[in-house]
Ligand binder design. Structure first.
Ligand SMILES: NC(=O)c1ccc[n+]([C@@H]2O[C@H](COP(=O)([O-])OP(=O)(O)OC[C@H]3O[C@@H](n4cnc5c(N)ncnc54)[C@H](OP(=O)(O)O)[C@@H]3O)[C@@H](O)[C@H]2O)c1
Length: 281
């Protein structure tokens, strides 16, 4: 599988490429401008895939033979993704700051015509902890946390809806948290914005499902458990019962595999936790 930049290709070379593409029409390889996608395989796009749970999801999907569109803010600093791409040619590393509408639209355009089976809204931030305490609530932190955790999954989903719609699995999966559950956190007085942003994300995902299910698209919530990542460290959590990103990703992929409108209905659209428990609102 080759990647070509059209402006670097001379006319004679273009003829040769055309002959090659025609001759290899049976090999089922889509060669767009840059991406390396095998159309016989399912495709996942993951946001925030340079570290933590997103990276583990990219690794596990790649191991399972999927085409992976691994997006991150700074591809030139994503060393683990670069190694993954060396091992699995169907891993595509793409720049995407999920708060940049310009980048979202440009990436959707670049992948025009390529089906995306699972769109995984994983990128998330906790936000400055000291700014999320009653008495010191900081407006700027509120805006940052909501921009990444709540608005971005909607905007990314809007931009890639055609790609998901033309795929076989047609799944938009967004990463929530037990901290977005009113029932679970009723007696907790910290992380105001993070908790609010995930509760609002839950509503957004349910609304998207209502908008999209007529097109056969599923919009669902998953929650990764307490996972040993930078985000968890920032929360100040030092206790036991952490799982590794790899453990979380493996279970989440199994859960995503089983998602359907029927399972959503059974669970009242609620998030499925990594241990397969249904999280309360
Ligand atoms: N860890 C847990 O225990 C836990 C529990 C419940 C839910 N979650 C959720 O799981 C998801 C992944 O979290 P994690 O634990 O893996 O955290 P993490 O290790 O801190 O990773 C967060 C990822 O999000 C990316 N990100 C942040 N802002 C972004 C932006 N504007 N555009 C694109 N990417 C951005 C980060 O990229 P950079 O490297 O560029 O910052 C990083 O790749 C989040 O949605 C989080 O809320 C985690």
């Amino acid at each position: 599988m080759k990647i070509f930049k059209s402006d670097q290709i001379k006319p004679l070379t273009m003829v040769m490429i055309a002959v090659f593409l025609f001759a290899s029409a049976g090999t089922k390889v889509i060669a767009s401008e840059h991406p390396t996608i095998d159309q016989d395989k399912s495709t996942v796009l993951i946001t925030g895939s340079n570290r933590g749970i997103g990276l583990a999801l990219a690794q596990n999907y790649a191991e399972q033979g999927w085409n992976v569109i691994a997006t991150c803010r700074k591809p030139n600093r994503a060393a683990e993704l670069a190694s993954l791409k060396k091992e699995y040619s169907n891993v595509n590393i793409e720049q995407l700051d999920v708060t940049s509408q310009e980048q979202i639209v440009a990436l959707a355009k670049k992948y025009n015509g390529i089906p995306i089976d699972v769109l995984l809204n994983n990128a998330g931030i906790l936000g400055e902890v000291k700014d999320q305490v009653f008495g010191a609530l900081n407006e700027q932190t509120f805006e940052q946390v909501f921009a990444v955790n709540t608005l971005a999954p909607l905007k990314v989903s809007e931009a890639f809806i055609e790609h998901v719609s033309m795929s076989q699995q047609k799944k938009i999966v967004s990463m929530t948290s037990g901290l977005g559950s009113m029932q679970i956190t009723a007696n907790q007085s910290y992380f105001y914005f993070y908790r609010m942003s995930k509760a609002a994300l839950n509503m957004a995902v349910v609304a998207m499902n209502a908008s999209l299910r007529k097109q056969g698209i599923i919009s669902a919530l998953i929650a990764p458990g307490q996972v040993d990542t930078k985000l968890l460290a920032e929360s100040g959590y030092r206790g036991p019962n952490k799982i590794t990103p790899d453990e979380s990703a493996k279970s989440l992929i199994n859960i995503i595999d089983t998602l359907s409108q029927e399972t959503l209905k059974e669970n009242g659209n609620k998030a499925i936790n990594v241990d397969e428990r249904v999280l309360p609102w």
